[in-house]
Design a protein around this ligand. Sequence first.
Ligand code: PCD
Length: 806
Amino acid sequence: MNDMTPNRDERVANLKGLGCKRKRVEDARFTQGKGNYVDDIKLPGMLFGDFVRSPYAHARIKSINAEAALALPGVIAVLTAKDLEPLGLHWMPTLAGDKQMVLADGKVLFQGQEVAFVVASDRYVAADAIELVEVEYDDLPVITDPFKALEDGATVLREDIADKKEGAHGPRRHPNHIFLWEEGDKAATEEVVSSADVVAEEMVYYHRTHPCPLETCGCVASMDKINGKLTLYGTFQAPHVVRTVASLLSGIDEHNIRVVSPDIGGGFGNKVGVYPGYVCSIVASIVTGKPVKWIEDRMDNLMATAFARDYWMQGKIAATKEGKITGLWCHVTADHGAFDACADPTKYPAGFFHICTGSYDIPVAYVGVDGVYTNKAPGGVAYRCSFRVTEAAYFIERMIEILAQKLGMDAAELRRINFIKKEQFPYHSALGWEYDSGDYHTAWDKALEAVDYKGLRREQAERLEAFKRGETRKLMGVGLTFFTEIVGAGPVKNCDILGMGMFDSCEIRIHPTGSAIARLGTISQGQGHATTFAQILASEIGISADKITVEEGDTDTAPYGLGTYGSRSTPVAGAATALAGRKIRAKAQMIAAYLLEVHDDDLEWDVDRFVVKGAPERFKTMAEIAYASYNQAIPGLEPGLEAVSYYDPPNMTYPFGAYICVMDVDVDTGVADIRQFYALDDCGTRINPMVIEGQVHGGLTEALAIAMGQEIAYDEMGNVKTGTLMDFFLPTAWETPNYVTDHTETPSPHHPIGAKGVGESPNVGGVPAFSNAVHDAFRAFGLKQSHMPHDHWRIWKTANSLGLHG
Ligand code: PCD
């Protein structure tokens, strides 16, 4: 086999490794209807569960009568809190240190809350039966406004903890108060703000919305009573954590629980937490001895599973007359709904919100976050952002615009003079982060030049004059954003979920004929891990990505990992993959040395083989080495070629980007036409540029949705007004503009291959870009802040309030 063909370039190309625009291997099955989603799983004798849900947002439950439901042929059982209580399962712990009702225990706290679980032989029978369960409610006063929730004498929502002065995150000052979490130097910041040349002050609201994955949440629980083994298939973004939680809650030994995430139709943070449906399905399967399936419908998903955002952010930004920022102050009133079920690392009840100093060198800052209970669904998940980073980015990028307006300065220039400089990295922010790397000025200049920023401003000014002369009814807005993300939780010492440190893992086995399988602790929900992780490995071990299977999501086979959210797979599991690959290579080097009868140090790695230094015709390819590892007795070495790596990242990675959105806003109809969208992302070393481009397109479209129309809105009675896709805006190709993507490449200094996450970036940067464009269109008329989502009606009202309708 020691021939010199193919040549080196061909060998590199053959690997399909780092940087290759490899087509997604998973798409063959996804585009041909051969995916295997939870609802595709059909087990013999399987039963179906469905929830009776509360029509009220706040009410006491006087009685539940299941007689009529039980009389319906095919109905097997109706579970209520009373049935779960003896098992201690009527409440469950949340990820945020609170507890949550699995089934309504005496009262309900939000519309759509789970009241009873009907188990039937057929999905349709279950749906009919829930209508037959009679629940008598006594309605109570409803609070949907977090500011009202904190007023003296406000109705107490969580009677179960009304007297508790201390919560999971410190003191509570009101029965509806959850925590006050603070970071930074409050006194010093207030001092700077009170004595600054210029202070811009504003309330910036980031409305409540929902990840709304195309596939809703669901599971199949199957208890094998003979072997004592529980198998749980589900839409889980963190299958191992679900296994641990299931074991702790049920008392079933963890080795007897197998959790499987099959194909997942989008996660976006919605599928991180544990929902009552999982608990009820497990209990129902244990009780009946049959597999039980539970699948949400769209309304269930929108009304009851985890929401995102709902942050009221009061900000003050101080600067010199020349525009140098001197301090940032922020207080957030965070509406957490009925239970604190936010999905954040334990230590950070407001997630990574304290990245809110953004991309700017701000000497002093303070942030305080008050968590508050209301009669809304629980959640608080990172909908395409790393734990409240999108809130932080929106906040600072709005504050910068408002400051520019107050200073009468160009907002691009204001950003430029305040950016953290390249030579300042690693940069310690006033709120405690260490930014690993960045080159903001280069990215910003490239972006401004790409869109001909000066030309855009000239055109905007001309348009404004034409508008004033009555020649057009359309204003032009240029939405600027420069964002810094923080992704890749761990490190273990700082970040945990329910006590499990946030490392991640990869296990690799090389087969005798030179192909391989890699298993990871993460789980793709559409991101394309099977494609991209094979590429990392191909470059590390010299086996073509086409010959590497990547498998995730089965806890019986995958090494323990913390799952996929917060764009952590690349920074953490991606690093584990590279390092496991390097372990393989280290052993391969010893084998090659034996085979070539040279010392280890006389070998060097070249693409897919070890070559004797100075004698390029003497080498062993990885395929040859793999074969030898299985069929030759090599002194001092165990047979086989496999490795495992558990990776605890030393820091997070800090991807960044520059986004520019150009919009034409019709003041009479409120319609905003997105004319141009330019997105420059820097995610360090790029594994697969085509996958990255897809990630950016998807994330921008979700950002478009959030900024321009998507929301979970409630009326004063706590009714969800946007519980269907008729009312909840999910953009189609029709609403989606064209995106131009671009990049710079600033590798992470601590990641083995220099890669940073990217999946969330477009959402984090996209939302302020769209919103700033709307605001910018009205800047000349003095608009400071109009809250998202900027649907046609709200834009029209803004125009109206500014007197633009004559
Ligand atoms: N990459 C590359 N390169 C670099 C980076 C990255 O290539 N440098 C790629 C990778 O490999 C993958 C992707 O890209 O494949 C992504 O990544 P990342 O960033 O690391 O991330 P991940 O972890 O994997 O994932 C996660 C994300 C999130 S977070 C979200 S929301 C979303 C995103 O992801 N989701 C989703 N994207 C997506 N896509 C899809 N299709 N689907 C989905 O669901 Mo959260 O927190 O959960 O909220």
